[in-house]
Design a binder for this molecule. Structure first.
Ligand code: KIV
Ligand code: ZN
Length: 505
């Protein structure tokens, strides 16, 4: 079996996705899960792009063991210096240098000639090699570049010391046959005199072909694959890690390749990334969607009962989905709650577990069945609240709304022992509540995104609200859960404001 190295870019390309904005604590949390997943590389960010990215790379470099930490840099000395500095504490460091190689990008974006491009590659890759253990070079928009020039660009990078050439299908334009052919050509022509080099691929999903293109590249000699958990990333996203890894595993007889990924961590990784990114996983998403192992039609159910292999090519256990064995209810105590957390592979700090337990007890008094999804949401909520020091908390609220009635809300929030109350009108009870909260905090936040999801069936289900707000400069995610959807909305909005005002970026 040939080993394929998994290069995870959830925290860099994934984080660039519109609507996603992870803070440092979020990124560190995802990095922990990626390390447990046993990815080979964690691309932790693009340090020259923002202070946040730089700090995130620094934190992750200090905490992560067992895999190489990577920082992205444009092909210039300043970006590379900043990247190397951010990686300083990483046990093993790699800089991912990139510059565009297609004529379209050279002419319209960079306004440089091909010769200038080659010179930038030579200088930046050799400079990066002088600062860190390993350098990987990507020629952006490679799939639309002139193949001859592409070979020159990659050979220049290898001659300057790069240990890996990364071939991006930046705009997801390629097809499996075409992309496989490109990789076959590059693996034949790009050589280092004294060492083996890796060929990595970085496929975007604009035509829904990212995983297919990555697999075609692997069949044609690629040794490393860029991917993101849940396939998040620029525009339509990147190749989904879980899909790629499971395709290689389930069809190993076809591909003859393996990865080091612990597939039983895939479900957890997906849930964590969804929670911190705010991006829900579609029900029908391969491997990690809610319906991926659900059999609806009678014929299918009959088949699965007779022999699971009739309609199931992967067992839920393989990706870490376990049968629930502990049922929590009104009378469950600390011990059962802790057992449930362990069963769900949730390991919050003791103070977070305590808060979640108190919220569980409160919920269990009002709701007959407390599901695993409910517990997960309560823990997530307690976890994001714990990142905030001395933030606002919902005290009480009252709303009025109805047909031909002006909507209004009276909201009281407490902070450091003081209660603040304001009333406001609006288009409905939620708009009114948010207006009242803006008055309390003395700042206008703009709501960019609002979504609500019932975590289970039943009219007493927990409603989880996710909001994304902007203070004009940066966007912040907030989440709240309650059986009352106005309460979840207020909690989510307050949570996002706390992250903006008190949690650091
Ligand atoms: O899509 C792309 O080309 C990239 C590069 C920076 C590798 O993300
Ligand atoms: Zn990309």
């Amino acid at each position: 079996m040939r080993k394929i190295k998994i290069f995870d870019t959830t925290l860099r390309d994934g984080e660039q996705m519109a609507g996603v904005g992870m803070n440092i604590a979020d990124k560190v949390r995802v990095a922990g899960v990626l390390a447990k997943l046993r990815v080979d590389f964690i691309e932790a960010g693009f340090p020259a792009s923002s202070v946040n990215d730089r700090k995130a790379v620094e934190h992750i470099s200090q905490l992560v063991t067992g895999c190489t930490v990577v920082a992205l840099a444009r092909a210039n000395r300043e970006d590379i210096r900043i990247a190397a500095e951010a990686l300083q504490k990483a046990p093993r460091k790699r800089i991912h240098v990139f510059i565009a190689a297609s004529d379209l990008h050279l002419e319209y974006k960079l306004r440089i000639t091909r010769e200038e491009c080659l010179e930038r590659i030579r200088d930046s890759v050799s400079y990066a090699c002088s600062l860190v253990d390993e350098v990987q070079f990507a020629a952006e928009d490679a799939s639309r570049a002139d193949p001859e020039f592409l070979c020159m660009a990659y050979q220049t990078a290898v001659d300057a010391g790069a240990c890996c050439i990364n071939v991006p299908d930046t705009v997801g334009y390629s097809t499996p046959g075409e992309f496989g052919g490109l990789i076959a050509m590059l693996s034949k022509r790009i050589k280092a005199k004294d060492r083996q080099i890796d060929i990595g691929v970085h496929c975007h999903n604009d035509l829904g072909l990212a995983v297919a293109n990555t697999l075609a590249a692997i069949e044609n000699g690629a040794t490393q694959a860029d991917c993101t958990v849940n396939g998040i990333g620029e525009r339509a996203g990147n190749a989904a890690l879980e899909e790629l890894v499971m395709a290689l595993k389930v069809r190993s007889s076809v591909y003859g390749c393996e990865t080091d990924i612990d597939t039983t961590m895939l479900s957890k990784a997906s849930k964590t990334v969804s929670a911190v990114s705010g991006i829900y996983v579609p029900w029908n998403k391969a491997i990690v969607g809610k319906n991926a192992f659900a059999h609806e039609s009678g014929i299918h159910q009959h088949g699965v009962l007779a022999n699971r292999n009739t309609y199931e090519i992967i067992s839920p256990q393989m990706v870490g989905i376990r049968e629930s064995s502990i049922i929590l209810g009104r009378l469950s105590g600390h011990h059962a709650f802790e057992e449930k957390l362990a069963e769900l592979d949730l390991h919050p700090e003791p103070s977070v577990a305590e808060t979640a337990f108190a919220r569980f007890k409160d919920l269990a008094c009002r709701k007959k069945d407390v599901s695993d999804e409910d517990i997960r949401a309560l823990v997530e909520e307690a976890m994001i609240d714990s990142n905030v020091v001395n933030g606002y908390e919902l005290d009480t609220f009252q709303t009025q709304s109805g047909n031909r009635v002006k909507a209004m809300a009276l909201v009281s929030l407490s902070r450091c022992g003081t209660t603040y109350s304001e009333a406001a009108t609006g288009e409905g009870p939620i708009d009114s509540s948010f207006n009242a909260i803006n008055r309390i905090v003395g700042k206008e936040f703009k709501l960019i995104n609002y979504s609500i999801k019932a975590l289970t069936g039943g009219t007493d289900a927990l409603g989880e609200v996710r909001v994304r707000i902007s203070d004009g400069e940066q966007e912040y995610l907030g989440k709240g859960v309650s059986t009352d959807i106005i309460a979840s909305s207020i909690k989510a909005y307050v949570n996002a404001i706390n992250r903006a005002l008190f949690a650091g970026a």
